[in-house]
Design a protein around this ligand. Structure first.
Ligand code: ZN
Length: 260
């Protein structure tokens, strides 16, 4: 089974409990994708100075946020890890010239488990996380994805989890249904168009090419970089598709992308 590569916008941690339309979309997407052998997730919430790969056979559920309702901290996503896949991924990245190392005693962060609990509610598909490197340029993250692309032919689902737009500084006072800001819509549409044309180099040059790039993704753009890894894993067939469109709090795009 050849798996697609996906980018998902995970929104706020509260999406775990009240995902709205996005949750219904995630559930359907899980059915559409079928049953991958394992998942490699590149979350905005795991960074390293070089590629780190989680190796725990039984990763904990990390509640890496504060000030949210108690019920969120009770959530567990008990999917197993996949140490063998982790080793294979590290070897593959090393062969491609990356200094990849194992990361022990590190569970799943909310960038991974918030969408995964809706996509694969049984939590029975193993998950490995790979860090991004916020200090490295966009091209580096495309190359990271490219190095992982052959895993897709082994039934491994690659998921980048971040946010298609992510200007948290303008969120204060907004409601979840506040209409989206023009600058967020403009960036979101540029993204869909660029991905639909398979323009990976333009994607990597988004800071110059995309409308209001710095405002939608302030440095270090950790919610955008997972998209570049997912797109890089599409490599030979770079034309992707926006599967879903929604905004929350006026500035957070919840868009999702798929490359086959
Ligand atoms: Zn996030």
């Amino acid at each position: 089974m050849r798996c697609p590569t996906l980018f998902l916008s995970h929104g706020m941690p509260t999406m775990a409990l009240k995902p709205g339309r996005t949750g219904a979309f995630w559930k359907q997407l899980g059915r559409d994708v079928g049953r991958p052998r394992s998942i490699v997730c590149i979350s905005a919430h795991l960074e390293g100075t070089h590629p780190l790969v989680t190796v725990d056979p039984h990763p904990d559920t990390i509640h890496d946020f504060s000030g949210f309702p108690r019920a969120l901290y009770d959530i567990r996503y008990p999917a197993p890890g996949d140490p063998e896949l982790a080793r294979q991924l590290i070897d593959r990245l090393k062969q491609a010239g990356f200094h990849a190392t194992p990361l022990k005693n590190r569970g799943l962060d909310h960038g991974a488990w918030v969408p995964l609990r809706h996509l694969f509610p049984l939590a029975d598909i193993p998950v490995v996380q790979l860090s991004l490197q916020a200090g490295e340029p966009p091209e580096y993250h495309l190359a990271l994805g490219h190095a992982m692309a052959p895993l897709r032919d082994q039934g491994i689902l690659i998921i980048g989890s971040g946010g298609a737009t992510h200007d948290l500084s303008s969120m204060a006072g907004n409601r979840i249904d506040t209409p989206p800001a023009d600058y967020a819509v403009a960036f979101d549409d540029w993204l869909a168009d660029t991905i639909a044309h398979g323009e990976l180099q333009q994607l990597a040059d988004y800071q110059r090419q995309a409308p209001q790039a710095k405002r939608n993704h302030p440095y270090p753009a950790e919610h955008f970089l997972p998209l570049l890894v997912a797109a890089g894993a599409a490599s030979a067939q770079p034309i992707g598709k926006r599967l879903f469109r929604e905004f929350a709090y006026g500035v957070l795009s919840l868009a999702a992308y798929r490359w086959d």
